[in-house]
Structures are given as structure tokens and as C-alpha cells.
Design a protein. Structure first.
Lengths: 112, 110
């Protein structure tokens, strides 16, 4: 089944404790991205990747890192999480930049 | 910053009625996409319309695009309770990025 898989689905952590949210797609898609969703603000793009080893900042990259060492994986790294990074995070992939995007089920992160 | 902005923010209708949502954007685009999100879940792609297209249909969905006004509309005909969800438009940005609006929350009452 074609899908985008994020893990974990839910995470509560403390300020400053490094964490990684994984994202994997099985569709051989080139374009992958991370979004955060906050009430009233819709989805805002954090980082995106056009292909392996090519990543770039989206609208709200501060406090986040990503890597794209393999085509299927695009982990989101929070080196030192802060409470303002409490949010619902989505990973998405598409065959190429302008194509239909497939979304993961989301990761609800709470930083206390 | 957001590229697309949906209007209205919330819409409540009775089952069987039509629902119309609008999206405005700021800069030129290659295409515009509409997505649906059920409460807290991942977004699901509904329809994509290219900048050289004016109208597109998919089942009960009809999307129009007016590039001169930088706006699009999504019409859901004969709505059902199962259509209750949030709807987002998405456009390409200037740097291979994607921009989503804040969404329209649609409630369809049985």
C-alpha cells in the first residue's frame, strides 16, 4: 500500500531534549516536506527536499533540522525543543515538486 | 507567510445543499491544489488545477481558477454529513516551496 509513515504519532518531551520524528515513503517520490499545523495558522512548511541530499528551508525553519540521505526517508530533528514547537507535524511526499502530495497521519508533539 | 487564504473560515450547511469555498493567493502560480482534512488527521488530495485551466470537475467537486483575480473556488454539490472536514488550498511558492492557507471548516448537518 502506498503510504507516508510518520513516527511517533504522539510525543511529550521536555524542553531541550533532542528528538527525531521519522518519515518514510514507499512511492519513490522525489519531493518531501515537513509542515507544522497550529490553530488558525493552517499548515506552514518547515523544510522541503527536492531529492536526495537536496534540502531547503520553508517558511518556519528555525529550531529544526532535516536530512535526506535516502530517497525514502526524511527525518525531522529538533536539537533543543522549546514549548513554542508544540504543534501537530505532518510529513508529505509527492512524485515531483508540483504533483499531488501524500500526507502522513501526523505527529502531535508537546514540549513542556 | 501564507500564499493562499481561504474564505470563509467556517461554513455550516444542511445536507443536500451546495458548499462553496474560496481561495485567494498573492503571486503567480503553476497550479493550485485543494486538500481535505478530517479532524487532526493527514490531508488528502482532492483536485489539482493548472494555471492554464479554468475549471475542473471530479465527482461532486468543481474547482474554478481565475488567474487574473488570483483566486479559486471549490464547490461541493449535494453535500453529505461525511463531507464535514477542513478544506485547504495549496499553491506553489517562489522557491520550490508549497504554501497552504488556513483552511475553511465545513460542517454539514444531517
Amino acid at each position: 500500500e502506498a503510504q507516508v509513515t510518520q513516527n511517533p504519532r504522539y510525543l511529550i518531551t521536555v524542553t531541550g531534549k533532542k528528538l527525531t520524528v521519522t518519515c518514510s515513503q514507499n512511492m519513490n517520490h522525489e519531493y518531501m516536506s515537513w509542515y507544522r499545523q497550529d490553530p488558525g495558522l493552517g499548515l506552514r512548511q518547515i523544510y522541503y527536499s527536492m531529492n536526495v541530499e537536496v534540502t531547503d528551508k520553508g517558511d518556519v525553519p528555525e529550531g529544526y533540522k532535516v536530512s535526506r540521505k535516502e530517497k525514502r526517508n526524511f527525518p525531522l530533528i529538533l536539537e533543543s525543543p522549546s514549548p513554542n514547537q508544540t504543534s501537530l507535524y505532518f510529513c508529505a511526499s509527492s512524485l515531483f515538486y508540483l504533483a499531488e502530495a501524500f500526507f502522513g497521519q501526523g505527529t502531535r508533539l508537546t514540549v513542556v | 507567510s501564507q500564499q493562499g487564504e481561504e474564505d470563509p473560515q467556517a461554513l455550516s450547511i444542511q445536507e443536500g445543499e451546495n458548499a462553496t469555498m474560496n481561495c485567494s493567493y498573492k503571486t503567480s502560480i503553476n497550479n493550485l491544489q485543494w486538500y481535505r482534512q478530517n479532524s487532526g488527521r493527514g490531508l488528502v488530495h482532492l483536485i489539482l488545477i493548472r494555471s492554464n485551466e479554468r475549471e475542473k470537475h471530479s465527482g461532486r467537486l468543481r474547482v474554478t481558477l481565475d488567474t487574473s483575480k488570483k483566486s479559486s473556488s471549490l464547490l461541493i454539490t449535494a453535500s453529505r454529513a461525511a463531507d464535514t472536514a477542513s478544506y485547504f488550498c495549496a499553491t506553489d511558492g517562489n522557491n520550490n516551496d508549497m504554501r497552504f492557507g488556513a483552511g475553511t471548516r465545513l460542517t454539514v448537518k444531517p
